[in-house]
Design a protein around this ligand. Structure first.
Ligand SMILES: [Zn+2]
Length: 292
């Protein structure tokens, strides 16, 4: 059984970097005769653009990337997150934290949380975030592309589950949704590799089975800057979907035969499903994409 997914956030138009994650997760699912779901990760209203929520499915369709079942929206899943938070709290694995970003910076000078409030036993107050008590050591795990990932030289830190303003963290939401949708295989960008240890900790704490992970290289400009919505990466050009699809496939180690490059996206995808092999995807954190 194989259930995969693509889970973009509607913070800007889809760009070449998003296409890579969509294509890789789609092909890996289809090559395994699996299902592929589309989930819109809209848990962060201040950063989201309403019109993008409708634009994402349209763009994917223009690239021939058709998903199974209904589109799911994280904004519909608050109850699910609340229940999971309650379960973690019952297990004694949460605590309230009232540290400001500034105080944290002054103390530890890094983005890493220093578990400062662990022993303070603060009562949940409106101005507190809820953190996960990460008392499970990191264990090495195997990524299908990047090989053995061993974070043993890093101490787990107590990451946020629910922010001070009530918004859910990416960590909590993504684990709850992948579990609820019975996702067996996660294929996504290398920029999320370091988050995976946290996800594995949550799965372990909740007694849920851990999906298999594959992290594809991310596209960067010649100067090493990641293509992202925050960096105003060029939106996908749906007029030339077939050519962009071929570029994405080449980036992922699958070169489409010249005679096929000008055919329809459906034809190209059909070829790609037949030829997809994840071992051909380069085991690199990033690759320069010449056209960025
Ligand atoms: Zn704190």
């Amino acid at each position: 059984m194989y259930i995969g997914r693509f889970a973009p956030s509607p913070t800007g138009p889809l760009h070449f970097g998003s296409l890579l994650a969509a294509v890789a997760s789609f092909l890996d699912a289809r090559a395994h005769k699996g299902e592929w779901f589309l989930r819109i990760e809209n848990i962060d209203p201040p950063r989201e653009v309403e019109s993008r929520i409708h634009k994402i499915p349209q763009t994917l369709e223009q690239f021939g990337l058709c998903w199974d079942g209904e589109i799911s929206y994280q904004s519909d899943n608050h109850e699910r997150y609340q229940e999971t938070l309650a379960k973690l709290s019952t297990l004694g694995l949460t605590y309230a934290c009232d540290c400001s970003r500034k105080a944290l910076l002054l103390r530890s000078g890094a983005n890493r949380y220093d578990n400062f409030c662990r022993s303070k036993a603060l009562c949940d107050a409106p101005n507190c975030a809820t953190r996960f008590l990460a008392n499970i050591p990191y264990v090495p795990w195997t990524d299908r592309i990047q090989g053995t990932i061993n974070a043993s030289n890093t101490e787990p830190d107590d990451f946020i589950l629910q922010r001070k303003d009530g918004l859910w963290s990416y960590q909590l939401a993504v684990v709850c949704d992948d579990y609820a949708q019975k996702v067996t295989h996660v294929v996504r960008g290398y920029d999320l590799l370091n988050e995976t240890d946290k996800h594995i900790q949550l799965y372990t704490a909740l007694g849920w089975s851990i999906p298999s992970y594959a992290h594809i290289p991310i596209a960067t400009s010649a100067t090493g800057q990641k293509l992202s919505k925050q960096n105003f990466a060029t939106p996908l050009d749906t007029q030339n979907a077939n050519l962009q699809l071929c570029e994405a496939l080449a980036f992922l180690g699958h070169t489409v035969p010249v005679m096929l490059r000008k055919s329809s996206v459906q034809h190209i995808l059909q070829w790609a499903i037949e030829h997809w092999n994840i071992v051909h995807v380069p085991a690199l954190p990033s690759r320069i994409w010449p056209n960025s």
